[in-house]
Ligand binder design. Structure first.
Ligand code: ZN
Ligand code: FE
Length: 258
């Protein structure tokens, strides 16, 4: 059995550490080595694998230092992005076998935030980097809106009880925009109260459940009338496809919200 710990890094990143009783650990997106090394030392663990979702500095910045501390660790990353320090480039559908660990995630392509972004799925956990966030989604940087829309659709095909381990604590901020889109969504308002309580107690609001995202996250609710109508009102044109609704929401949030 493996357990997951979120090590906070920078202002609002989580570095996910998956560990087993035998002391082996895999690390997802170590933007900074310090929090990882501290956790390893406090719990008698050793990094054997580093899994990278995409090329941004806050996800890869700790690779070089971790390689020095754990010279045996293998570093995996996306095939379609050039990242220094990667040993194995991963394609969609590949299973990552980690010696001595039961944790063996499968690679899911999820471009959009960046052109080569990948996620790691080992039921019930999905490590999705900056693709799906709690109540939001990543910005489109070097990928396309169509790609990100397709990638979110793909994530939604996973089981409803999937645990969504995204890479940032953005939930409360994201809920603010979600309320612009769906001010009358009672599940969303309930979620806001819960998230406020959790943050007041200093708790992380991730991982979330995919079912909760489906009920409250406007970026994966583009087929709902209320979401489409809100996007149409902002764009002041009729939107005929979920991809158009998605693109409108993403640009609306970028331009007007944050
Ligand atoms: Zn990023
Ligand atoms: Fe990030």
């Amino acid at each position: 059995m493996w357990i997951v710990h979120g090590a906070p890094a920078f202002d609002d990143n989580y570095i996910w550490i998956i560990s087993e009783k035998n002391g082996r650990a895999a690390v997802v997106d170590p933007g900074d080595a310090g929090p990882v090394i501290n956790y390893m030392q406090a719990h008698g663990l050793k990094v054997v694998t580093i899994l990278i979702t995409h090329k941004h500095y806050d996800h890869v910045g700790g690779i070089a230092d971790l390689r020095r501390w754990y010279p045996d660790a293998r570093v995996y990353g996306p095939a379609n992005e050039s990242i220094s320090g990667i040993d194995v480039k991963l394609k969609d559908g590949t299973r990552v076998d980690i010696p001595g660990m039961a944790f063996s995630p499968e690679v899911i392509d999820m471009p959009g935030h960046t052109e080569g972004h990948i996620g790691y799925y080992c039921a019930p956990a999905l490590f999705c980097g900056d693709t799906l966030f709690a109540c939001g989604c990543g910005r489109v940087f070097s990928g396309s809106f169509a790609q990100l829309h397709d990638s979110l659709n793909r994530i939604c095909e996973l089981p409803d009880n999937t645990h969504v381990y995204c890479a940032h604590e953005y939930t409360l901020d994201n809920i603010g925009f979600a309320k612009w889109v769906e001010p009358g969504n009672s599940e969303l308002l309930k979620r806001e109260q819960q998230v406020i309580r959790e943050r007041q107690q200093g708790l992380a609001t991730v991982p979330s459940r995919l079912a909760v995202e489906k009920a409250t996250n406007p970026f994966i609710r583009t087929d709902m009338d209320e979401v489409r109508l809100a996007a149409e009102k902002y764009a002041d044109i009729a939107l005929n496809t979920t991809q158009q609704v998605f693109t409108t929401l993403r640009k609306w949030k970028d331009r007007e919200y944050d």
